[in-house]
Design a binder for this molecule. Structure first.
Ligand SMILES: Nc1ncnc2c1ncn2[C@@H]1O[C@H](COP(=O)(O)OP(=O)(O)O)[C@@H](O)[C@H]1O
Ligand SMILES: N[C@@H](CCC(=O)OP(=O)(O)O)C(=O)O
Length: 374
């Protein structure tokens, strides 16, 4: 494991994420010179023996000029159209730029779903591993064209953290338009933060969710991304694209976030940090105890209320009668069917409804605890 930034040159595999703000000029359009400069740095790193996965934004920005748009569209359908046109152009630029270094790229478009559904993430994991094994540089972006408002990340920061986990990266490098995390929005007087070793080091730090005109999420989604990565064993460097070379060389630039936790299953990571839940199940006190303290699965007998509209396999919140959210889980029944099963024992349900109805509402392998109840 990489424990300090000076060890970064020894990383076997890194994920580098570049945001829209670093790939666009003042006119909001794709800055091809900036893209080429990044590729030069990544190709050099690759030649020095580190496998590189690039998570890149910029599809929407690249789609603006061809569609005659002057600013980032606000409505989802136009943003998706711009991403559709722009993604092809973006990857073409990367393909050309990496080719000048004798490297091939492979486009990988992911949705949040791909990191949660078992079949999907295994598939993505296999494809990424094979690309790397073949010496290809995977170029990853969110699949904007098919991602709906409910399930999309919108920003690539959290996607990059999940990709880092998926490919078992030794480190993640987040490149943006500021050279580091500051203790407040970077204006006069804000202080650069050199190293963060845990949430305590972020106390008093003010971050805003407003990004640049072209980026989304600002520093808020970057810190959410950092929490996902470091909490599951991947250290992070956050800096500007201009410092990418120095950061990968382990120089003391940007902000270094050391890993705080150990690797957990990918789906669990997504459930804990990224999933937008589709509903809420209210648990009686006995069920809260069973799930939180004894870490058992949730059975129909312990559920008292069902809220929201969801299908089997969707993420839902688990709450106590007092309204505290105690966990999140993938529910095994849809919201149409579940209310008819509440308070019933699995034995009764099996006898009455047949095989399969003795299954848990949320299996313990599909459940993460969020907060202890009051
Ligand atoms: N505490 C902070 N430290 C550094 N930058 C911050 C902070 N709070 C807000 N920001 C803003 O976050 C912006 C980067 O976010 P964003 O525009 O979404 O970038 P990207 O397109 O690279 O994802 C910076 O331009 C900066 O102004
Ligand atoms: N998938 C989108 C990226 C969304 C976005 O702006 O992300 P970011 O610049 O990382 O805040 C695109 O390629 O335009």
């Amino acid at each position: 494991m990489i424990r300090e930034r000076s060890a970064l040159p020894d990383a076997r595999r890194v994920v580098v994420k570049i945001g829209s703000s670093s790939l666009t000029g003042g006119d909001g359009r794709l800055d091809v010179a900036a893209l080429r400069a990044l590729v030069d740095v990544l190709a050099a790193r690759r030649a020095a023996g580190t496998e590189v996965v690039l998570v890149t934004s910029g599809a929407i920005a690249a789609g603006l000029a061809p569609l005659g748009l002057t600013s980032r569209p606000r409505d989802l359908a136009t943003a998706q159209a711009a991403a559709s046109v722009g993604q092809g152009l973006l990857v073409a630029r990367y393909t050309e730029a990496f080719a000048t270094h004798g490297l091939r790229v492979g486009q990988v478009l992911l949705t949040a779903e791909d990191t949660i559904r078992r079949g999907h993430y295994r598939n993505a994991q296999r494809a990424l591993d094979r690309l790397l094994g073949l010496g290809v540089v995977p170029v990853v972006n969110e699949n904007d064209t098919v991602a709906t408002e409910e399930i999309r990340f919108g920003d690539n920061d959290r996607l990059a953290a999940l990709v880092s986990h998926l490919v078992r990266a030794d480190a993640m490098v987040l490149l943006t338009d500021v050279d580091a995390l500051y203790d407040g929005p970077p204006s006069r007087g804000a202080r650069r933060i050199d190293e963060v070793h845990g949430p305590g080091d972020l106390e008093g730090v003010v971050v805003t969710g407003r990004g640049s005109a072209v980026g989304t999420g600002g520093m808020v989604t970057k810190l959410a991304s950092v929490a996902i990565a470091t909490g599951s064993g991947v250290p992070v460097v956050l800096t500007s694209a201009a410092q990418a070379e120095a950061a990968l060389a382990g120089a003391p630039v940007g902000t270094w976030f050391s890993a705080t936790g150990r690797r957990v299953p990918t789906r669990m990571l997504w459930l804990a940090h990224a999933a937008r839940t589709r509903g809420r199940l209210v648990l009686d006190d006995g069920a809260v105890q069973a799930v939180v303290v004894r870490r058992t699965s949730l059975l129909p007998a312990g559920v008292t209320e069902v809220h929201g509209s969801f299908e089997a396999g969707d993420p839902v919140e688990l709450a106590s009668a007092a309204g505290d959210v105690v966990g999140r889980g993938l529910v095994a029944y849809g919201s149409d069917e579940l209310p008819g099963l509440l308070g019933r024992s699995t034995r009764e349900l099996l006898a009455e409804r047949g095989v399969g109805y003795d299954r848990e509402v949320v299996h313990r392998d599909d459940l993460v605890l969020v907060n202890a109840p009051r």
